[in-house]
Design a protein around this ligand. Sequence first.
Ligand code: SF4
Length: 349
Amino acid sequence: MKLTRRDFIKKSLFLSGSLLLSPISIHAAVKKEIEWIPAYEKLEMEGKLAQRVKQAYAMFENCQLCPRRCGVNRQKGEKGFCQAPLKPVIFSHHPHFGEEMSLVGGKGSGTIFFSNCNLRCIFCQNWPISHEGRGKEIQEEDLADMMLKLQSMGCHNINLVTPTHVMPNILNATRIALKKGLHLPLVYNTSGYERLEIVKLLDGIVDIYLPDLKYMDVEKAAKYSAGASDYPEVTKKAIIEMNRQVGVLRLDKQGIAIRGVMIRHLVMPNRVAGTEKFVKWVAETLPKNTYVNIMAQYRVEYKAYDYPEIARGITTQEFLEAMEWAEKYGLTNLDPQSVAVRNFYHHRR
Ligand code: SF4
């Protein structure tokens, strides 16, 4: 009977048993059959994933998981700026059809919304989840089961929304799920407010990075994201590292994203987001065909009503100038939906 790659890995993992199981050895004949496998699966085969989980988990003792660097001991129940406990709090998990087309495909992006947030923007659209921490605390085994459920529903990836403060939990859950047959790319769907050292720890685990780059100006970042004046600097460094790891976005034959960086940038009223600087930075720093989604869907949410500069939606002109800048600086891989919106506005003129 022919042994498929998936059968082989599944059997190897089941035999291994414990969380700190020994590396999986792959027979050369089986290796030949491998077309695409998730990054974390390769790392497990190399015997390195368990160590990464340990390394990440140790950070809970003196939490420096994000640039806030609170230093609290989350193992002992202390809470830092993000207010996250030791175990992950989940608001929901389901196939999501509102993400970029290459993530959604025909069956949806397998999205898991984590509660709490390390950035906490005053215009957050998910504020009950991110600011108020609404959701249910679960164990990592449950998180692994959620991943597997999304996979069984046909989702094309595991889309981890706001993962930064729960990264160690995610790594552990991923390894547990891998033992039970998880075979989807992880999408690290982050605000971008990431420490370089932490992104380095994710090297060889994450296949798709989906960071925001929200602002280019320190004062705007501090004003609208809870004092995070270092946001532009640290996020740019993080994105450069993400690009080093996974490179330009790659799609499979069906047009589904399998690996790479996808950058999101939300156009804000009154040029608050610094869009021209943003596209110039991408064009000068990363490959010109870096996938960039210039988003038009800013809306006034949460406390944004208290800040006149951002207390309105964007105008057609503000979106069009953003797209024109992207083209002027030579970006060649803009999100197709953004391009369609631009074409629609042009058509209406
Ligand atoms: S993850 Fe939370 S507790 Fe840890 S450094 Fe960041 S904000 Fe502080």
